[in-house]
Design a binder for this molecule. Structure first.
Ligand SMILES: NC(=O)C1=CN([C@@H]2O[C@H](COP(=O)(O)OP(=O)(O)OC[C@H]3O[C@@H](n4cnc5c(N)ncnc54)[C@H](OP(=O)(O)O)[C@@H]3O)[C@@H](O)[C@H]2O)C=CC1
Ligand SMILES: N[C@@H](CC=O)C(=O)O
Length: 346
């Protein structure tokens, strides 16, 4: 049985679903000769991990992982260190970020990195840069090759894998057109059905589709980051509190959105928030697309990506499916973890 140590950074919607998936897949993984061994879980303020001495053999028990999920779901703002019951483990508070790097470093050559953080914030980039610079984790030095599908694009959809296969075959990608925001896909299709913009944005937030601050989705920043991550390097690119925005800001936008939807509909179109990437340009924004196109037919939080290449010339390769949501995103992360271990076996 191959044992894969997992250190989970972040125990919000996606992190908890990942733990649940790991527990649910225990027997499936056993049939594949694998065992995922969760050695630590952290949130923004604390880290719970097996002791350094036991790092290569021990794990947090399944009942304890369930308790972690239950606790964070019922008290999301409370740190993990406030848990009432603990496994045999060590709790770190102030120095938890340093400790995460140390544990990863101690796990040595078996360490890989699966990233699902779309924020591309200075903090995230700072952590990734440190990890890449860390000589003691050789497999992470070229982390981009280990950052598989869950890395930024399409939640669990096989977007990056498919693109890599096309490029590896020598095919030439000339254009990609996509709706890469689950939130904006959901918002656009729901407002077209006549619901107020403000109510739909709040629904998207409660369904776990949006970024913690939905303005990251509404501004196009989340899509722009994904476009950047889909494209080669050469194409590389507040005044109101969140509460006020959700409470009084959003409803002010309802009327304008409703008018734009009506005007598009008179032309047989619907509005979609799309990105268009060619070999000389890349842009994101609201566009009218025909109702009966792949993009126009998309519903709910689906992401759609049309890839035009030499092989997929007149009719594009279309990748479509849920592009946001804790369950599907966590499933993509789990698949990436399993894929990663293949790289270490050689
Ligand atoms: N939900 C979705 O559909 C998708 C989400 N993503 C990405 O996944 C990430 C997580 O999303 P989601 O679970 O919805 O977000 P949540 O806000 O529900 O959870 C975020 C978690 O990360 C923890 N955290 C924040 N900062 C740090 C830090 N410095 N060190 C360790 N942990 C930290 C938070 O801790 P605390 O509990 O203490 O606040 C919290 O547990 C986001 O970056 C998002 O962009 C990607 C694709 C789809
Ligand atoms: N907010 C994103 C989900 C995570 O990336 C989206 O709506 O697509």
């Amino acid at each position: 049985m191959k044992s894969i140590p997992v250190l989970l950074m972040g125990c919000g919607g996606v992190g908890r679903d990942l733990l649940q998936h790991i527990l649910t897949c225990r027997s499936l993984h056993a049939q594949q000769g694998l065992a995922l061994r969760v050695v630590g879980v952290c949130d923004a303020k604390s880290l719970i991990a097996v002791s350094d001495d036991d790092l290569l053999i021990a794990q947090l028990t399944d009942p304890f992982l369930k308790e972690i999920c239950r606790f964070k779901a019922s008290s999301p703002s409370a740190p993990l260190s406030d848990l009432k019951t603990f496994d045999e483990c060590v709790i770190y508070t102030t120095e938890s970020a340093e400790k995460v790097v140390e544990i990863a470093s101690n796990l040595g050559r078996s360490t890989g990195l699966v990233v699902v953080d779309c924020t591309a914030s200075a903090e995230t980039i700072g952590i990734l840069t440190r990890v890449v610079d860390l000589d003691t984790i050789p497999h992470i030095q070229s982390f981009t090759s280990f950052a598989l599908d869950s890395y930024l694009v399409g939640a669990g959809l096989p977007v990056i894998t498919s693109l890599n296969r096309i490029l590896a075959s020598g095919d030439y990608v000339r254009c990609m057109i996509g709706s890469l925001s689950g939130t904006l896909g959901y918002v656009m299709s729901e407002v077209a059905d006549g619901k107020p913009f403000s109510a739909v944005v709040k629904e998207a937030k409660s369904l776990g589709y949006t970024e913690p601050d939905p303005r990251d989705d509404l501004s196009g920043m989340d899509v722009a980051r994904k476009v950047e991550s889909l494209y080669p390097d050469k194409m590389g690119p507040g005044k109101m509190s969140l509460e006020d925005f959700l409470g009084s800001g959003l409803p002010l936008l309802d009327e304008d959105v409703e008018e734009r939807i009506k005007a598009a509909s008179l032309r047989g179109n619907v509005l979609r928030y799309v990105c268009i990437i060619t070999d000389s340009s890349c842009g994101v924004g609201i566009q009218e697309v025909p109702k009966d196109s792949a993009l126009g037919r998309s519903k709910g939080s689906d992401n759609v990506l049309e890839i035009y290449s030499r092989c997929y010339n007149k009719l594009p390769l279309v990748i479509q499916g849920a592009g946001a949501g804790n369950d599907t995103t966590a499933a993509g992360v789990l698949a990436d973890i399993i894929d990663l271990q293949d790289l270490f076996s050689s």
